[in-house]
Design a protein around this ligand. Structure first.
Ligand SMILES: *Cc1c(COP(=O)(O)O)cnc(C)c1O
Length: 364
């Protein structure tokens, strides 16, 4: 049997007629940028998250870039971020001229809050937490640290749509930055992103920045960006948002089967923190000789991906930071041992069973 790592057409076909109808509606409306669909999506997603404002933007990276720009964080400032995050989180910081300062992850792959305070200097302006793989980070602890040291809190929610900490959704604690890249839990059919905030003034600043720095057409207050979410993607996201809880439950069912049925002592399964929920953007296992396991699974027809093989501090792009190999041992170890196995909406029961069976037969 062949089980691909991910297939995106199955989730499309599930609500095909609604998506197709929505695209036709937008095409026929004659209005394609910043119109009713974006406005309505912003309202509906804000309601879903339980946050006052959502501002749609063009992608997840720019949600972060605009957020740090609007916070006035740039040249000479430092932002604390976890070492094992997706590199876009780090780019959101450095594209504004600020310096990323890396903290090691904990056993849940999220920021190890015990190691944050030792990284704070007089230059530190903010903490960026990524709710990595779909699990909410320890927000209680990070909020305490931010209050104590007067730091801004930004959440990278690109993988955590709907995940909760203490019953409250991610994106609600600090400024929430979302991606709607097609493979994300709330994925569009192209690029998209959003910023969530309870601060009305901050939301207004983002609205100005995303549209050439203008509130009123042709009156430009600042040098801004073209970072708008378009009407077709917003319309499609409105359709998918109605089913997001259902889609999350489907992922939870797959995760539950993996956790209950994978019984190979060689393989380490992911753990979920007390008070946190996991929306299973990715199901990440660990094995000492990961490359061997990946090869074995490929031979058996099971697709896998490594999230991520090169931590940001060791990538070519961040060579200038001059952080040597060995400085972030937990991060580096994860990069060598993590492996993501198939997890997606529309995965069939027999496919899940096959992945389980093949993993249980793995002898090392
Ligand atoms: C996907 C992702 C991003 C970037 O989002 P894009 O929409 O692809 O720009 C940022 N951070 C994390 C953690 C992501 O997974």
């Amino acid at each position: 049997m062949e089980v691909p790592f991910n297939v995106l057409d199955r989730q499309f076909f599930k609500y095909q007629s609604e998506y197709e109808q929505k695209v036709l509606e937008v095409l026929r409306s004659g209005w394609y940028i910043l119109g009713k669909e974006v406005q309505e999506f912003e309202k509906e997603f804000a309601k879903y998250l339980g946050v006052k404002n959502v501002v749609g933007v063009d992608n997840g990276l720019n949600a972060l870039v605009l957020t740090f720009r609007a916070l006035g964080i740039g040249e000479g400032d430092e932002v604390i971020v976890q070492g094992n995050t997706y590199i876009a989180s780090v780019m959101g910081i450095s594209m504004n001229g600020a310096t990323p300062v890396f903290v090691e992850p904990d056993e849940f792959f999220n920021m190890d809050m015990k190691k944050v305070e030792e990284k704070i200097t007089s230059k530190t302006k903010a903490i960026l937490v990524t709710h990595l793989y779909g699990q909410a980070s320890n927000m209680e602890k990070v909020i305490e640290i931010c209050k104590k040291h007067n730091l801004k809190l930004v959440e990278d929610c690109a993988q955590s749509h709907g995940a909760k900490f203490n019953g409250k959704m991610t994106g609600n604690f600090g400024i929430g930055c979302f991606s709607f890249y097609p493979s994300k839990n709330l994925g569009a059919f192209g690029d998209g992103g959003a910023i969530a905030t309870n601060d009305d003034e901050f939301a207004q600043k983002i609205k100005v920045l995303r549209n050439y720095g203008s509130e009123k057409r042709y009156y430009n207050q600042v040098v801004g960006y073209n970072s708008r979410l378009d009407e077709i993607q917003a319309g499609l996201l409105r359709v998918k948002l109605k089913y997001l809880n259902e889609l999350t439950e489907e992922r939870e069912k797959i995760a539950k089967r993996y956790i209950n049925e994978i019984k190979n002592p060689l393989i380490k399964l992911p753990k979920v923190r007390e008070n946190a929920t996991h929306v299973w953007h990715l199901f990440v296992i660990k094995y000492e000789n990961r490359d061997r396991l990946q090869e074995y699974l490929a031979e058996k027809g099971v697709g896998t991906v490594i999230h991520y093989p090169i931590p940001p501090h060791m990538s070519e792009a961040y060579k200038y930071l001059n952080i040597k190999k060995g400085k972030l041992p937990v991060t580096e170890k994860y990069a060598e041992t993590v492996l993501s196995i198939p997890m997606y909406n529309g995965m069939k029961n027999e496919e899940i069973s096959y992945v389980v069976e093949v993993l249980n037969e793995f002898k090392g």
